[in-house]
Design a protein around this ligand. Structure first.
Ligand SMILES: Cc1cc2nc3c(=O)[nH]c(=O)nc-3n(C[C@H](O)[C@H](O)[C@H](O)COP(=O)(O)OP(=O)(O)OC[C@H]3O[C@@H](n4cnc5c(N)ncnc54)[C@H](O)[C@@H]3O)c2cc1C
Length: 442
C-alpha cells in the first residue's frame, strides 16, 4: 500500500517510461478514464458516441464489473452472485474503447500521465476519474475490515461480503434478529439500506417466520422515508411514527402490535456506539441489542485512489467545478460519480451515469476548442418495499450560484398510489436494472 507522497513520486518517474503525448500526435485527443464502474464506463461510451475520433482508454482494476445496484437481491436469493457480473466486451467491440485491466498506482498532474501497477504508462489530454467509495470500517468502535470479511459483513461494495451475508441469512436460527446498521450522510444509494431491510423482512416472512429486522440509524430521516414506511406498514404491519403520519392515506392505522421490521432513529437512540463482533452485540444510545446476523453499512468516503491522487478535501470527498466536474485540485482531471461533491445530487448509479454523460460532452467540447454546454442533470432512484411494491424519487438539477440545486417539484411516488401503480413501480425497477446496465456497459 502506497502513501500519497510515494504515489505522486511514482508518478514523477513516469517520463522515463516514454509515454507518448497524445494531441501532439495529431489525434483528436486521448481521454483516459480511471475506474470502469458506472461512471467510468458510461463516460467512455459517451465520449466515443460524441466523437469516434477520440482515443479513449479505461483503466480498471477488475476484468468484470460487479454491479452494486440490485445487489441486495442476492441476499434474499432473488438473483445469484453471477447475475451481478457485467462484461466489458461490448464497450471494446462496439465502440473501440481500449481497456487496461490494472490498478493505477502513479499520477503526474504536470506531465499529464498515470502509471499502473503493471508498469504501463499512459499520457492523457483529459483524465476522468470515477473511483467509487471507500468504507470507513474502523469509524465504528469494535468494527474493522477483517470483521466485515468474516463475521459482520457490509456488502456495500458488492463482492464476497454480499455472498457471506446471503449465506448468514439463510442459516440464521428460526426467530432470530437481523440487525442492519445504516450509515450517516452522505453515503452511496440513499434508499438502499431501507430497501435491503424491507427485502430481508419479506424473505423472513416466507423462510423464517418469527424472525425480525431492526434498522439502527444515526439519522432521523432518509430519502423516500414516507413512501417506504407506508410500504412497510402495508406489507409487514409496521407502526409508522407519529411525526410521519402527516399526509398518509386515511386508512392507515397503526395496530400497535410488534412488527417484523423496526426502524430506530437517531433521536430514538439508534446510533451505534460500539460493536462486539464476536458476540454480535451492538451498543446503541438506547441500550444493547443482540444480533443473529449483523449487517454493518459504515460511514463512507471517496475511493482510496482519490486520496492517493490528491483529489479529496478535508471532507474526504472530491471538490469539483460543478459545470464540468473538473477537479478543483488538478486541471484537466474530472471526478464523477460517488466520489465527487455534487451538492444535492445523491450518490447513486443513476447520478454517476448522468454526470458521466454531461462530463463526456464537456470534455469532447473542450478538446474540440468549444465551450461546454449549460448542464442539467437528473436522477431517478427506484426502491422496493417488497418484491412487488415499488417506489421512487425523481429529480432534475441545474446550476445556481455555482452550486447544484434541485429544480423539480414533485419528487416521490404518491402516498395515494393505487395497488396497480405500486406494482408497476416494481416492474419499472426491474426494467430499469436491465436498461440501465445496457446504457452504461453495452
Ligand atoms: C446495495 C446497493 C444498491 C444500490 N441500488 C442502486 C439503485 O437502485 N439505483 C442507483 O442508481 N444506484 C444504486 N446503487 C449505487 C450505485 O451502485 C453506485 O452509486 C455506483 O456504482 C457509483 O458509480 P461509480 O462509478 O462512482 O463507482 P463504482 O461503480 O463503484 O466504480 C468504481 C470503479 O473504480 C475501480 N477502481 C477503483 N480504484 C481503482 C484503481 N486504483 N485503479 C483502477 N480501477 C480502480 C473499481 O474497481 C470500480 O470498478 C446501489 C448500491 C448498492 C451497494
Amino acid at each position: 500500500m502506497l502513501n500519497r507522497r510515494e504515489f505522486l513520486r511514482l508518478g514523477a518517474g513516469l517520463a522515463l517510461a516514454g509515454a507518448l503525448p497524445a494531441r501532439a500526435a495529431g489525434r483528436a485527443g486521448h481521454v483516459v478514464v480511471i475506474g470502469g464502474g458506472v461512471g467510468g464506463a458510461t463516460a467512455a461510451k459517451y465520449l466515443k458516441l460524441t466523437n469516434p475520433a477520440l482515443r479513449v482508454t479505461v483503466i480498471e482494476a477488475n476484468r468484470t464489473y460487479i454491479r452494486g445496484y440490485g445487489s441486495s437481491e442476492v441476499i434474499t436469493g432473488h438473483v445469484a452472485m453471477d447475475d451481478l457480473n457485467v462484461s466489458y466486451d461490448a464497450l471494446k467491440s462496439r465502440y473501440g474503447i481500449e481497456f487496461v485491466f490494472d490498478t493505477v498506482v502513479g499520477f503526474d498532474p504536470d506531465k499529464k500521465q498515470v502509471r499502473t501497477a503493471g508498469r504501463q504508462t499512459l499520457a492523457y489530454d483529459k483524465l476522468i476519474v470515477s473511483p467509487g467509495i471507500s468504507l470507513q470500517y474502523s469509524a465504528i468502535p469494535g468494527y474493522s475490515a477483517t470483521a466485515a470479511e468474516t463475521r459482520a459483513p457490509s456488502g456495500w461494495i458488492p463482492g464476497p461480503q454480499t455472498a457471506l451475508l446471503a449465506s448468514q441469512l439463510k442459516s440464521m436460527r428460526q426467530g432470530g434478529t437481523f440487525v442492519l446498521i445504516a450509515p450517516p450522510k452522505p453515503y452511496r444509494c440513499p434508499p438502499g439500506p431501507y430497501e435491503r431491510a424491507a427485502l430481508v423482512t419479506e424473505w423472513m416472512r416466507r423462510h423464517n417466520p418469527g424472525g425480525k429486522v431492526i434498522i439502527l440509524d444515526p439519522k432521523d430521516d432518509f430519502v423516500t422515508d414516507a413512501s417506504m414506511q407506508l410500504g412497510w406498514h402495508r406489507l409487514y404491519g409496521y407502526n409508522i411514527p407519529q411525526d410521519f403520519m402527516n399526509g398518509m392515506p386515511a386508512d392507515v392505522r397503526n395496530s400497535g402490535k410488534p412488527s417484523p421490521i423496526e426502524w430506530i432513529r437517531g433521536k430514538d437512540g439508534g446510533s451505534t456506539k460500539k460493536i462486539d463482533v464476536r458476540s454480535l452485540l451492538v451498543t446503541t444510545a438506547q441500550g444493547v441489542i443482540k444480533a443473529d446476523v449483523l449487517n454493518v453499512i459504515p460511514p463512507m468516503k471517496a475511493g482510496k485512489l482519490a486520496f492517493d491522487m490528491g483529489l479529496t478535501d478535508a471532507s474526504g470527498w472530491c471538490p469539483i467545478e460543478r459545470r464540468t466536474f473538473e477537479s478543483s485540485k488538478h486541471r484537466d482531471v474530472f471526478v464523477i460519480g460517488d466520489a465527487s461533491i455534487a451538492d444535492v445530487m445523491p450518490k447513486s448509479g443513476y447520478s454517476a451515469n448522468n454526470q458521466a454523460k454531461i462530463t463526456a460532452f464537456a470534455v469532447a467540447n473542450l478538446l474540440a476548442g468549444r465551450a461546454p454546454d449549460e448542464p442539467k442533470w437528473q436522477n431517478v432512484c427506484y426502491a422496493l418495499a417488497g418484491s412487488d411494491y415499488g417506489l421512487f424519487v425523481a429529480d432534475v438539477f441545474q446550476l445556481k450560484n455555482n452550486k447544484i440545486v434541485q429544480v423539480s417539484g414533485h419528487r416521490y411516488a404518491s402516498l395515494d398510489a393505487t395497488p396497480a401503480q405500486i406494482r408497476l413501480g416494481a416492474v419499472y425497477q426491474q426494467a430499469w436494472l436491465k436498461t440501465f446496465t445496457e446504457d452504461c456497459f453495452a
